[in-house]
Ligand binder design. Structure first.
Ligand code: SAM
Ligand code: SF4
Length: 371
């Protein structure tokens, strides 16, 4: 189990910053991102800096994550502007994990140097596939060769590198050869997401019109099982349903989410979880500039459900006494006792955990363990 003691600190905070820039929309992507011209970009960055400026906290920042969109489209100067604002406003822990998401086609040596200079220490690369045919079919702007070259370049500057792969793309029965290549390129962390077909994306219409055929459910499960087995042999441990890492390279930022820690999101469509409230920034630029937000108070019932959902899907498990304190004595639940008896979940140190081999059925366990 991963040690997250430093994340359990009540005075710790994670920061997420959303960069909604993209050169072109990939066919499957439903994240909030746009192809923006220079003046809109400038307006966005100024609004983002203003949002950061107006946030008040005395908490120590343990992780920062620049996600998107495509944060590697930020210029060197934009990166410096964001980080100088962050450092001016926040008490950032010396050992903070600071991640930026990059796309192979828009990251270069000059930007990597800028990342280093501002204290970024973790790079998450959107590889998705290492087949040129597949990359083209989903609208990626890079080739296999470019992804490999950029990973080599990133490796010259950074040790903590993560790569994203998508499972279930058309014709991709297995991604283990990609994982093998990534490990050779010294990637320490792999996120493998099962392809989701979101309504109104280009992919959605292609699938509807039978122009694109993703792998069927059985094929995806096979591919996932193969990947899990392959990575396990290489000591790349599955610490969440979709995330795998060499020991010590787990994403602290994500662990804080799953640990029910506090975070603040800046930028369009970002979310915050602060003082028992969830706050969602507007999904449109117009709404964001006007600071439109939706806010909800997390009730005890919601907290019970969320803690079980988050903890069961990862190595952190669920704290039995916290559940009890908020009104749910799970040890009295019949299904819980049955899963324990059958060895599908285990109790250890006041928490219960789902064994990693059952992660792929996590939804089933969650459903059966809710009050
Ligand atoms: C914020 S997104 C994109 C990051 C970066 N712009 C890129 O394209 O590499 C983070 C990751 O989510 C995954 N992702 C996005 N849409 C997905 C979908 N519909 N199904 C499965 N995975 C998806 C991709 O692996 C992607 O790298
Ligand atoms: S996957 Fe990445 S590059 Fe592609 S549209 Fe989404 S955010 Fe942009």
């Amino acid at each position: 189990m991963v040690a997250v003691s430093e994340l359990a600190d009540k005075n710790a905070l994670s920061i997420y910053i959303h960069i909604p820039f993209c050169e072109r929309k990939c066919s499957y992507c439903a994240f909030v991102s746009f192809c923006l011209d220079n003046s809109e970009r400038e307006k966005y960055i100024n609004s983002l800096l203003d949002e950061i400026e107006n946030f008040l906290t005395t908490k120590k920042v343990k992780t920062i994550y620049l996600g998107g969109g495509t944060p590697s489209l930020l210029t060197k100067d934009e990166i410096f502007a964001i980080f100088s604002k962050l450092r001016e406003k926040f008490d950032i822990d010396e050992t903070a994990e600071i991640t930026i998401e990059v796309n192979p086609n828009s990251v270069d040596e000059e930007k990597l140097r800028a990342y280093k200079a501002v204290g970024i220490n973790r790079i998450s690369v959107g590889v998705q596939s290492l087949s040129n045919k597949t990359l083209k079919s989903i609208g990626r702007l890079h080739t296999k060769k470019e992804a490999i070259e950029k990973l080599k370049l990133i490796g010259k500057y950074f040790d903590n590198i993560s790569a994203d792969l998508i499972l279930g793309l058309s014709g991709e029965k297995s991604v283990t050869s990609y994982a093998k290549k990534l490990i050779k390129l010294k990637v320490k962390h792999i996120s493998s997401y099962m392809l989701e077909v979101h309504e109104n994306t280009k992919l959605y219409f292609e699938v509807r019109d039978k122009k694109y055929r993703p792998l069927d459910e059985k094929g995806v499960t096979k591919s996932y099982d193969k990947l899990v087995k392959f990575l396990k042999k290489r000591r790349i441990v599955q610490y969440e349903v979709s995330n795998f890492a060499l020991a010590g390279y787990e994403s602290k930022h994500n662990l804080n989410y799953w640990n029910y820690g506090e975070y603040v999101g800046f930028g369009v469509s970002s979310h915050s979880f602060l003082r028992g409230r969830r706050i969602a920034n507007a999904d449109t630029l117009q709404g964001y500039y006007k600071r439109e937000r939706k806010e909800e108070k997390i009730t005890k019932d919601m907290e019970i459900e969320e803690r079980i959902m988050l903890g069961l899907r990862c190595c952190l498990g669920v704290d039995i006494s916290i559940l009890k304190k908020i009104g749910y004595d799970i040890q009295k639940n019949e299904n819980y006792r049955k899963f324990l008896k059958e060895g599908e979940i285990v109790e250890d140190g006041g928490k219960f955990y789902l064994l990693p081999k059952y992660y792929k059925f996590a939804d089933y366990y969650i459903l059966n363990l809710l009050p």
